[in-house]
Design a protein around this ligand. Structure first.
Ligand code: UDX
Length: 351
């Protein structure tokens, strides 16, 4: 009996040991499985993180692309086939050109912009990219006669964007359409001034010889959003200098005058184009200083050679024949509107 019990106990012992062994192996195995699972999970997380890092910028790109597909364009008028014009704007991605592009697009015309992007910027017209009425071509129109030839071939009317610089340092004040100007042909400003004068000459010669319809707009000092910050003109210089707390650089005594025109006023077409509200450069410097509220002093530098001393457009003819006058910086509203316009540029630069 004792022997039987001992045998049973022994068996039980063996069984218990076997069970304990199995439990031990199972727990070791369980730990091993857990460990390898957590290693795997860790690895997966790391991998997921890496994939996410690679994918995130792609996802942003896709979102941008989707946005551009569903892009909302500025409101465009509907024009019938008969009234809708096909218009080519050379330099249409530049400062003035892009505002003209906006106006003509919103008026419902088909606009093709050709620009070599030397000074023009794609972002100035990017809000039209993809619109069915809009085309953007990167091309250098080196030869104005090419454009005149094109105008002749397709029977188009040609508008030349000329400048008040064709009057040089004027001896007639204010300057009207009939004044021939007073330009130093070998001075530092000559290339620009004479370049525009010869462009006018060629357009008129082409009109006489080939019967191409030509218009010339002599644009006076223009400012507004999309102006180049570093082109050295007085509006950009003063606004930037004031924003950076630097002295405002006035060339000469500052008694020379200009009549500044807000860019959108230019687009109502009439030669010459400008705001007949005349200010001295010193007044203008004080105005900017006051607006920006900077501590920058006014610094007088030496006078620029051949700098026109007085400039202001005579807009009587445009008013009489075309009913045109600047609407934003209108005469009579003096400083309030004028300040608002300068402020627009200031906020544009701040952006
Ligand atoms: O930092 C400056 C810059 C300019 N000026 C003065 O401010 C006046 C205006 O100078 P800008 O260079 O802005 O403009 P300008 O009138 O000389 O020429 C302008 O005229 C008509 C446009 O067609 C031309 O593109 C533009 O250059 C000038 O008397 C100039 O000497 C300063 O006193 N300080």
């Amino acid at each position: 009996m004792r022997r039987l019990l001992t045998a049973i106990n022994r068996r039980m012992m063996k069984l218990l040991i076997a069970l304990a062994l199995i439990a031990y192996v199972a727990s070791v195995w369980g730990n091993f499985v857990n460990m390898s699972r957590s290693i795997q999970e860790n690895g997966e997380q790391k991998m997921e993180k890496k994939i996410e890092e690679v994918i995130a910028p792609l996802r942003d790109k896709i979102r941008d692309l989707e946005k551009s597909f569903t892009q909302k364009y500025p409101p465009v008028k509907f024009l019938s086939e008969k009234d809708r014009k096909r218009i080519l704007i050379t330099g249409g991605a530049g400062f003035v050109g892009s505002h003209l592009t906006d106006k003509l697009m919103m008026d419902g015309h088909e606009v093709t912009v050709v620009d070599n992007f030397f000074t023009g910027r794609k972002r100035n017209v990017e809000h039209w990219i993809g619109h069915e009425n809009f085309e953007l071509i990167n091309h250098d129109v080196v030869e104005p006669l090419y454009i005149e030839g094109l105008a002749k071939r397709v029977g188009a009317r040609l508008l030349l964007a000329s400048t008040s610089e064709v009057y040089g340092d004027p001896e007639v004040h204010p300057q009207n359409e009939d004044y021939w100007g007073h330009v130093n042909p070998i001075g530092p400003r000559a290339c620009y001034d004479e370049g525009k004068r010869v462009a006018e000459t060629m357009c008129y010669a082409y009109m006489k010889q080939e019967g191409v319809e030509v218009r010339v707009a002599r644009i006076f000092n223009t400012f507004g959003p999309r102006m180049h910050m570093n082109d050295g003109r007085v509006v950009s210089n003063f606004v930037l200098q004031a924003l950076q707390g630097e002295p405002l650089t006035v060339y000469g005594s500052g008694s020379q005058t200009r009549a500044f025109q807000y860019v959108s006023c230019n687009l109502l077409s009439s030669p010459p184009q400008g705001n007949p509200e005349e200010h001295t450069i010193l007044e203008f410097a004080r105005l900017i200083k006051h607006l920006v509220g900077s501590g920058g002093e006014i610094q007088f530098l030496s006078e620029a050679q051949d700098d026109p001393q007085r400039r202001k457009p005579d807009i009587r003819k445009a008013k009489l024949l075309l009913g045109w006058e600047p609407v934003v910086c209108r005469v009579g509203h003096k400083l309030t509107l004028y300040v608002r316009c300068v402020y627009t540029v200031y906020t544009w630069y701040q952006k």
